[in-house]
Write a protein that binds this ligand. Structure first.
Ligand code: SAM
Length: 209
């Protein structure tokens, strides 16, 4: 995947170095390439991100031709850093930088969204899906990160989805949240979902109704 995947731009390379230095979990270049492709395939006008960090995932949507990305971030320092990186890349004029809880921010946007990235705290994934779905156009895509790796026990998530709800430890909230998200989106007739083992694992759900 790495050999056939996209290269970083110089600013993305600096972002990757910054992430490594600060042990920050951005989406990585292979998943970034998927975001770029989704923006391109949907002819994305507006992308809404739940959890933007310092703009690395946004930079991939913008490279895929998205007209506009709404970045949301609880941490003001990360958001400021994102402003700086995306300005250096000449992309800041295609971005809205929104501090605070993404679940509050999404209420202030009417849509339509072409792509939605769900990559904030895992316990908020189902709420994000519920809030964003009415604002997502038909043919639009919700992509959720960390469905296979990250702060989750993947074997327990898998067992849960295969009918063993007790497989997830009672205090393992992130794993339960990812299992709930997958259970919800995979059984929602408005979506067609595929899980891609790219990066930390992406659930890609196309709105079909
Ligand atoms: C995995 S990182 C995002 C990485 C980013 N999407 C990327 O690939 O470049 C998750 C981010 O979500 C932020 N976050 C967590 N809960 C949030 C919320 N409710 N609203 C907005 N941001 C949130 C965290 O501060 C963190 O920076």
């Amino acid at each position: 995947m790495r050999a056939a995947g996209p290269e970083h731009t110089p600013v993305q390379e600096r972002m990757a170095e910054f992430a490594a230095e600060h042990r920050f979990p951005n989406i990585g270049p292979e998943a970034g390439g998927v975001l770029r492709t989704l923006a391109r395939l949907t002819g994305a006008g507006t992308v809404f991100e739940f959890g933007s960090g310092f703009g690395y995932s946004a930079s991939w949507f913008l490279r895929g031709g998205a007209d506009h990305v709404v970045l949301t971030e609880l941490d003001d320092d990360e958001l400021d850093q994102g402003r700086e990186f995306l300005a250096d890349a000449g992309l800041a004029d295609r971005c809205s930088f929104e501090g605070g809880d993404a679940l509050d921010t999404v209420d202030r946007y009417d849509g339509p969204f072409d792509v939605v990235l769900v990559d904030h705290h895992k316990e908020g994934y189902c709420d994000a899906l519920e809030a964003a779905t009415p604002k997502l156009r038909e043919g639009g895509v919700v992509v959720a990160d960390n469905v296979m790796r990250g702060p989750i026990d993947f074997d327990a998530v898998l067992a849960h989805l295969e009918g063993e709800p007790e497989a997830i430890d009672a205090d393992d909230e992130p794993s339960r949240a990812i299992a709930d998200y997958l259970d919800t989106v995979c059984h929602d007739d408005r979506f067609e979902t595929v899980a891609l083992p790219v990066g930390s694992g992406l659930a890609v759900s196309t709105k079909v109704a």
